[in-house]
Structures are given as C-alpha cells and as structure tokens.
Design a protein around this ligand. Structure first.
Ligand SMILES: Cc1ncc(COP(=O)(O)O)c(C=O)c1O
Length: 445
C-alpha cells in the first residue's frame, strides 16, 4: 500500500518517460531465482524499488500516448478488492457477489451507451478481445443463417464469409479475423478524415451476390477521432443482410455525452459493439467490453457446457459471453467507476477529454509551422511540423524533454505527432505545460 501511495503521489510532478530502459533494469532477465523462500514484505519492497525506474507515468495527466486512460480512484480501489476477493467469476451460481456487480455494470453500460437493453455484455481484456468476441458472434450467426453448421463442420468447406472494413479500421480487427480463420478483409475507401465512404461501401456490398457478410464500422479513428457515418452505413449493410460490428474502443463513449452523442447517431442499430473501459472510462488495465445484440449468437460462439460446471441459462453465465472460462471479475472496477461518476459524471468525463483535445490542438496549433491535420471532433489530435523529418525531430525532442508524452505515427502518408486526450486527471496546468513543452521542442532547429 505504501509503495502504491508513493507512486500515485509522484504522478503530478514526475517526468512521464521511464528513467531506465528495460535492458538496464536489475530486476529483469538474468536475475537468479532464489533457492529459498523470502519474506513477502521484503519481496514487495524489492519489486517496487526494482520496477520504479522503468515505470512510464501512463496515469499522469501529461500522458497523451496511444489511446490510454488513467485510473479513477474508485476504480483503482475496486480493482485491488477484486484481487483480494480472488473470485473466479465465470458462473453466476459460484460467485454471486462479483457477478451481480458485473451484471449491474453491464446494464448501466447499455443504458449509458444507448445500446439495446436485451444485449449480452461480456467483460474482456480489451478492445482486441472485444472485437474478437463480437466478430465470433457475427461469424456464428452469418454461417448459421447460410445453413452451415459451424460447430460440427468447422470452416473447411464453409461458404465464404465476406468481411468489409473501412480502409482505416484498427489493426486489431484484422487480428480478430485472423484468430477466427476469416482471412484478410476487403478494405472500403475512406474519406480524408478516415471515415468509411458510403458510396464505396454501397459499391462493395453490391459487388457480389448477398451471402454471409460482416461489415465492421468504426466509432473513433485512432488518428483523427472521426466516426464512420454509422446510421447510413448500418442501414446499407443491413439491406444486404450483413451483420454489423462497431469497433468503438474509445469512441463509443461519445454516446454517454448529450453534447457528443450526435457523433454515433444510429449506432444502436448495429449487431455487436466493442469498447474499452481502460481507455475513455479510466479504469485500470485491463478491461474491454463486448456487447452483442443477439445473446444466442455470442453464447453459441463462446459458451461451453461441462458436467462439472453449474450453468445458468437465464441471463447467462459470464463464461458464455467471453472467450475465457476462468476469468477475473473485470466488471467490478467498471461498476465502481460508473457508481462514483454517475450519469452526469460520465458525460463530464467524456466532454472533458474532448475539451482537453481541443485545448491542446488550439495551443499547439498556434506554434509557428505547426499544422493540425484533423478536425478535432473527439479526443484525438494529429500535428505535423513542416516536412516529415522535422515532425519526427520535434516528436523526439518532446519525448526527450519528458514533460509530456505523445506518440509519433504516420497518417495519410505524413509523419505526425499524435495526441490522445484520454486521462481523467488532465487539467489546465497539464495542458499548458504540455503545450509549452511542444513549443520548446518546435523552437529548437
Ligand atoms: C479503434 C481501436 N480499436 C481497437 C483497439 C485495441 O484495443 P486494446 O488495445 O484495448 O486491445 C484500439 C486501441 O487503441 C483502438 O483505438
């Protein structure tokens, strides 16, 4: 506890990057396994001291890398409790306490995110497994509809499942399709913000006769934060009998904000959705959420029966909604986050992240030769400084400075400095200090 407190207390002032690269950490590979037992407290002292120089201050208000949230206090404490309780939360019968809390959190999520109240909610490890779960349900359903018995026959000889994705979908969609043996998807052209183009989607859908088809849409583009035109795209896909999965790893949370809800208009008509709680909701790593409108599809894909288990057919056991059998009660920190924020607090959290992105874009955009490349509609900002070489040099200087952490990337064929405003604790001072750090980096030639 003392070590955890010390870490949390260091966050407001500490530089963000780790002080020590992995190969120089004494605690890493090469350390000998002791032959004899050690005092547990001494082990934790050793662990805390050994890891500390290698910690990235990801929960800092000045961390804007990748798409990574911090940790709300109630969620962190609930996560500790979850470990102490040590409930293998796969079955309603066996661990009613944690499963009840996860079911409450699931119902609150459906309500906040504007999703069908009868949908199944599975708490998984992240956006990757949430995409995998939704797409597994999709594969199950489209092949069943095509008259193919997937469980008995597998994929060999099955009708071809056509998967259409936006050109700028997240790589984990492809990864999930690989897990599922569905191969590489067909990419549909995107516009300059990275949104799938409706004319291109319509053309792709019409190209082949309607058969088993899955369309994957995106709520929140990693670079621009842009949202696919969900309402129109879902209607098009459904007109061709396709299953629609929405990857809303961070962007689905726009639905919880009355001001930003318009970005996901029509999203509730899809068939499955993936989101993360460890991004926009700011619960500790790791926690993703897979939502499937048709419980039968996900339970057929993910559920298992065994004589030694005790099954609950009603609302369904957690193990029937996620890839794992044994599982941590990942929904408990989600419950604590939602219970502590309330409906208005969740909306304020989402609005606050978007406002921080806007403030960072305004501040950085005022720096000489900085060019904000995207319309900042949500939490993501992409900046270029003249040519690629200079953008990369500015990015390297920002990281070396250590005040703020923003990742470099490449978007629409340009090197960019990528900013993701995803941390609940980022305040005006963090924004000002981070803009000043980028200004210093850009001033050095
Ligand atoms: C749009 C999108 N989908 C999926 C993912 C993967 O999520 P995770 O890293 O939680 O597995 C990300 C991660 O940033 C993302 O931005």
């Amino acid at each position: 506890m003392a070590h955890a407190r010390a870490w949390l207390a260091s966050l407001p002032d500490r530089p963000v990057p780790p002080r020590c690269p992995i190969d120089e950490l004494a605690i890493g590979r090469g350390a000998a396994l002791p032959e004899e037992p050690s005092d547990p407290e001494a082990v934790i002292d050793l662990l805390a001291a050994g890891v500390e120089p290698g910690l990235m201050a990801m929960p800092s208000g000045r961390f804007f890398g990748w798409v990574i949230g911090g940790t709300l206090p109630a969620a962190l404490a609930a996560d500790w409790l979850t470990s102490a309780w040590d409930q293998n939360s796969g079955m309603r019968f066996a661990t009613p306490g944690t499963v009840a809390v996860e079911e409450a959190a699931g119902a609150w999520l459906l309500d906040l995110l504007g999703l069908p109240p009868g949908a199944d909610v599975g708490f998984v490890t992240g956006g990757t497994t949430a995409n995998f779960t939704g797409l597994a349900a999709a594969r199950q359903q489209v092949l069943t509809t095509a008259g193919w018995d997937l469980d008995r026959l597998g994929l060999t000889g099955a009708p071809h499942v056509r998967v259409l994705v936006g050109e700028e979908r997240h790589g984990t969609v492809d990864l999930a399709l690989r897990y599922l043996g569905l191969g590489a998807p067909t990419a549909v052209a995107a516009d300059s913000a990275g949104r799938v183009r409706l004319d291109a989607l319509a053309a792709a859908l019409s190209e082949a006769p309607d058969g088993p088809t899955i369309v994957v849409l995106q709520a929140g583009n990693l670079h621009s934060g842009a949202f696919d035109p969900l309402q129109e795209a879902i209607a098009l896909a459904h007109a061709h009998g396709a299953w629609v999965h929405v990857d809303g790893a961070f962007g689905l949370w726009a639905a919880a904000s009355p001001r930003l809800r318009h970005l996901v208009r029509g999203h509730e008509e899809a068939d499955s959705w993936a989101t993360d709680a460890h991004k926009t909701l700011n619960v500790p790593y790791d926690c993703g959420v897979a939502v499937v409108a048709r419980p039968g599809a996900v339970r057929d894909a993910m559920g298992m029966q065994a004589s030694y288990l005790v099954h609950d057919e009603g609302p369904g056991d957690p193990l029937a909604k996620v890839p794992e059998l044994s599982r941590r009660a990942r929904g408990v920190p989600v419950w604590a986050a939602l219970r502590s924020l309330g409906r208005s607090g969740v909306a304020e959290l989402v609005d606050g992240l978007a406002a921080n992105a806007r403030a960072l874009a305004d501040g950085i955009g005022a720096i000489e030769d900085a060019e904000i490349l995207n319309e900042v509609v949500f939490t993501q900002v992409c900046v270029a400084f003249g040519d690629d070489e200079r953008t990369r040099a500015v990015t390297a200087r920002v990281l070396a400075d250590g005040t703020a952490w923003m990742s470099g990337s490449r978007w629409r064929d340009r090197a960019v400095l990528r900013i993701s405003a995803s941390n609940w604790s980022t305040d005006a001072n963090d924004v000002a200090a981070s803009v000043a750090s980028v200004r210093r980096a850009a001033a050095t030639r």
